[in-house]
Design a protein around this ligand. Structure first.
Ligand SMILES: Nc1nc2c(ncn2[C@@H]2O[C@H](COP(=O)(O)OP(=O)(O)OP(=O)(O)O)[C@@H](O)[C@H]2O)c(=O)[nH]1
Ligand SMILES: [Mg+2]
Length: 595
């Protein structure tokens, strides 16, 4: 099968185009370096099935950061039949050199000048015919986000593919090793074929930035914005979650209980209080997760992430990190795994490792579920949002502490320059795609971990069958007992211990585990938790949950990305030790002051 690769500078819309033509849902965002690994899909192009490959953005084919290496490796090892070079038409004067570089490698290429809509706004005129003649490759204007020019782009690619004479990977390999000087060639093409106004008209972005990047207002505004985001999630999400809980409860009473009535008590108990209870307690959080990612998608796609990096860079550099590290933490609010992979854009290994140590304390959406559930159960409706907000602050606090402890071991002096992309309004299509992708990810993890998790918890709390379920004589009771000396000074009892043990696998299992441990779900479970734990215990437990190992996937990613078992172990042990120390300090201090 023929293969078409999308190559271009970061943030030029390669993934947007890829999604549009393949119907895939590659992650898109207004931030250079969203794609860090290749993604492929098959499409029908000019009557043939071809494989289309979305790649991380590169500034230079000779680049050497981990994400640029992905591109080089592909060029050196896999035969590419056609390269579709995707450039930002607004910056064609700065980006054209990359097109010439790719062509020089001997790869059959076509040039897609994306973001034609923005170029038009700026009054930039491009003579594509002239440019094509000068470059010796077809050139077409495209607006991947809105779909204009897509049929032409597809036709150009099909024609290019039909004519293409593939270059051997050996030839490409040797050319990649040579340096080249192409700035002059690029400049002459620009002069001949592009008309850029002397002064670009003032963009709304600049006016917005005057406020959002204000030297004093910038950071407070950032926190205000984040506060509003999670307030929105909480206020809108909670009623939906309550509603779903009611629905699940009703379904259980109306349909499942009569259905399972004939089964032995142990089996129906396992199905109802184990599998069903665990699953629905977690499933009730789906609307909340969707809301959360909708808000995050807007933050991400608007271009505000780059501003956050810019605002925090000075602060972060005191911690041995840079603005990108902060953005990775923000991305970690969604899920730590892609955030860890996002560090591939860093060139210095030390900086990458330090950033990877910090990311796992970032309060991911799976932990958010646990906190929302516990905060709603243990605190009043007025207090709950503030409790969640304080946990976000604690998440930053733990990150800062981690960086301070490790910055001397991972020193780097990689200079950090960030380009601020213009603010862009996300389209409904983009947001919808993103939300759908997250729901799928959530359900995938949920079904994988939760069914196994709740089954195990149920077995542990019900075996051996000679003792009452959940009592000290069960396997769970013994396990809790074993950890008692370590965890009871933190106010964490045997039931909470069991939830922590399962939370180690994935945080999604945690509330499912509570449901099984107490044999209750929804509101009844919340009431039971309220009766069992006071707020000091609850908060101490939440702090521990926040800081210790996020999940097995995170550990696996840490190991794979650092290529070091020792590094993954350091991260694991540090997380556990810090969680223990912080919870201990909190719990003992509160009890000392008589709470
Ligand atoms: N105005 C406009 N914006 C676009 C267009 N195509 C993409 N974008 C926006 O540009 C930003 C970057 O898009 P991506 O598809 O993630 O870019 P990418 O080239 O894959 O970026 P990396 O993976 O980081 O290299 C997003 O905010 C898109 O919504 C377009 O044709 N017009
Ligand atoms: Mg991309």
């Amino acid at each position: 099968m023929k293969r078409v690769a999308l190559i271009g500078m970061p943030n030029t819309g390669k993934s947007t185009f890829f999604n549009r033509v393949t119907g895939a849902s590659a992650r898109v965002g207004n931030w250079p370096g969203i794609t860090v690994d290749l993604m492929t899909a098959k499409i029908l192009l000019g009557g043939d099935m071809v494989e289309i490959v979305d790649l991380p953005g590169i500034y230079d084919v000779h680049g050497f950061s981990d994400d640029e290496r992905v591109v080089r490796q592909l060029l050196e090892t896999a035969p590419i039949d056609l390269v579709a070079i995707v450039l930002n038409a607004v910056q064609v004067d700065r980006q054209l050199a990359l097109a010439i570089q790719v062509a020089r490698l001997g790869l059959p290429s076509v040039l897609l000048l994306n973001m034609a809509d923005e170029a038009k706004q700026f009054g930039i005129r491009i003579d594509t015919a002239k440019m094509a003649a000068l470059l010796g490759m077809p050139v077409t204007l495209l607006s991947a986000k809105y779909g204009q020019g897509q049929p032409e782009a597809m036709a150009t690619m099909a024609r290019g593919l039909a004519k293409a004479v593939p270059a051997s990977t050996d030839a490409i390999k040797s050319k990649l090793a040579e340096a080249d000087r192409i700035e002059n060639d690029a400049a002459s093409v620009i002069i001949a074929a592009v008309d850029i106004p002397e002064r670009l008209p003032a963009h709304v972005s600049d006016r917005i930035d005057a406020v959002l990047l204000h030297p004093w207002l910038g950071i407070p505004l950032f926190f205000l914005l984040m506060f509003l985001v999670f307030q929105g999630v909480f206020r809108l999400g909670e009623p939906m979650q309550q509603g779903l809980n009611g629905l699940f409860e009703w379904f259980k009473g109306a349909a499942l209980v009569p259905l399972f009535a004939g089964l032995p008590a142990l089996v129906s108990g396992f199905l109802l209080d184990g599998v069903y209870g665990g699953l629905v307690t977690v499933a009730a959080f789906v609307p909340l997760i969707v809301l959360f990612f909708l808000f995050m998608a807007v933050v991400e796609d608007s271009g505000y992430l780059s501003r956050a990096a810019f605002l925090t860079d000075a602060l972060m550099s005191r911690l041995g990190l840079d603005g990108r590290g902060f953005v990775m933490m923000l991305l970690g609010f969604g899920c730590n795994v892609p955030a860890l992979m996002g560090t591939r854009i860093m060139r210095s290994r030390a900086l990458r490792l330090l950033t990877m140590l910090v990311i796992p304390v970032s309060l991911c959406s799976a932990r958010l579920q646990v906190f929302m559930f516990l905060a709603a159960a243990i605190f009043t409706a007025q207090q709950a949002p503030w409790v969640i907000f304080s946990l976000y602050l604690a998440s930053f606090g733990a990150a800062i502490l981690t960086a301070l402890v490790f910055r001397r071991s991972y020193k780097s002096d990689e200079p950090f320059v960030i380009e601020l992309p213009p603010y862009r309004l996300p389209t409904a299509r983009q947001i919808g795609l993103r939300a759908w992708q997250e729901v799928r990810h959530f359900l995938h993890r949920a079904t994988r971990f939760i069914v196994i998790g709740v089954t195990l918890v149920w077995l542990l709390t019900h075996l051996p069958s000679t003792v009452p379920p959940g009592s000290a004589g069960t396997l769970a009771g013994m396990l809790g007992h074993a950890f008692e000396p370590l965890l009871s000074p933190l106010g964490i009892d045997q039931q909470l211990t069991l939830a922590l043990i399962f939370g180690f696998i994935a945080k999604e299992v945690m509330i499912g585990a509570f449901a099984v441990i107490f044999g209750l779900e929804g509101q009844a479970l919340a009431t039971q938790l309220h009766a069992n734990f006071d707020w000091v215990q609850g908060y101490s437990f939440m702090l521990f949950t926040l800081i210790y190992t996020p999940c097995l996937s995170t550990i696996a990613t840490l190991r794979a990305e650092s290529n070091s078992n020792a590094f993954a172990a350091i991260s694991l042990v540090w997380g556990l030790a810090l969680a223990w120390a912080v919870s201990l300090a909190f719990y003992q201090a509160m009890r000392h002051f008589g709470y």
